[in-house]
Write a protein that binds this ligand. Sequence first.
Ligand code: ADP
Ligand code: MG
Length: 384
Amino acid sequence: NGRKTAVARKLSMEMEEKNESRILVFVRLRPMSKKEKEVGSRCCVKIVNKKDVYLTEFGNENDYLRLKRLKGRHFTFDASIPDSSTQYEVYTTTTAELVEAVLQGRNGSVFCYGATGAGKTHTMLGTIDNPGVMVLAIKDLFAKIRQRSFDGNHVVHLSYLEVYNETVRDLLSPGRPLVLREDKQGIAAAGLTQYRAYSTDEVMALLQRGNQNRTTEPTRANETSSRSHAILQVVVEYRVKDVSMNVINRVGKLSLIDLAGSERALATDQRTLRSLEGANINRSLLALSSCINALVERKKHIPYRNSKLTQLLKDSLGGACNTVMIANISPSNVSFGETQNTLHWADRAKEIRTKTCETNEEVLELPEARAVDQTNLVLELQKE
Ligand code: ADP
Ligand code: MG
């Protein structure tokens, strides 16, 4: 164990030298559902401690010592979140730190990954009574802004978009598909609604409405499609004065992503990957797995251009961004194959290195910007 710690320390020092940081990977286990209980599901996953998950095909109870005698596999993550956890605990474990960084002008992304029914939308959006990471992040963001500014020089904009069948749509004002364009800040959807948000209260309703605009598959009326990816972007713009009284504009972007169901779409080896590609199964998720592979293998060329999703996630995966992956899993043995697949990709994502996130800032010389209340600016500068 001591040796393990030493190795980890050496690795993190090397990463610091190279200006790299790691994707943080979390697993969230959801409770067994009524339906799963009804069909007599057995539990095949056990969260052993704060970091380890144990998966076995033949489990039949929650007793870890008994499960351990069966043949299975351990996985270790930055945290493994048990089924008893609250939405708030999930938020603080996975995302709270990113919100803090975004306020300082850095970029952050959180994506939920897993099979349909594993709990991605519950984790990201949640319900009115039990809101998820998207809402809790915005609530926390506004609370932090209130704490530190009295003059309203933070501006928050939201966009909510969907990628379905390689088409990008605006979930806040549905209409014609959007075109992706590359500018100096990265890839963006042209014409996407930027909703100026003033408080948390309006946001939950807005997101719920947006979610109803997600594409539903004809065969599953009323159910949001298992093949659509939803991306919430929160952009925080902030003006401060530096010591020489220049006005500095800082922009931080937080992307919160509810991915399509990973079942069928992701194969663990390249051969099945290629055969699936022919079958035109969720191209964006396939492209995501190819990008993860290429990033892990440190290839020169990362195939972001293969899909809309990977173009939109380029920053989060290979750019200067703090990135978090939440892998959602069901405890039921009925989902064993999917859970195994999810844990495989989550385990692989741990190897991805992103560039250490820098502050996005630019010096402005706008006369109106100079009118910003100076006492607050001094307070801000002292804090830093
Ligand atoms: P996904 O978006 O991955 O397809 P959902 O988030 O829609 O899955 O979850 C499927 C069902 O399980 C929903 O009815 C949801 O309310 C429920 N569920 C998911 N995660 C949890 C959880 N942690 N606690 C309670 N219920 C959950
Ligand atoms: Mg969902």
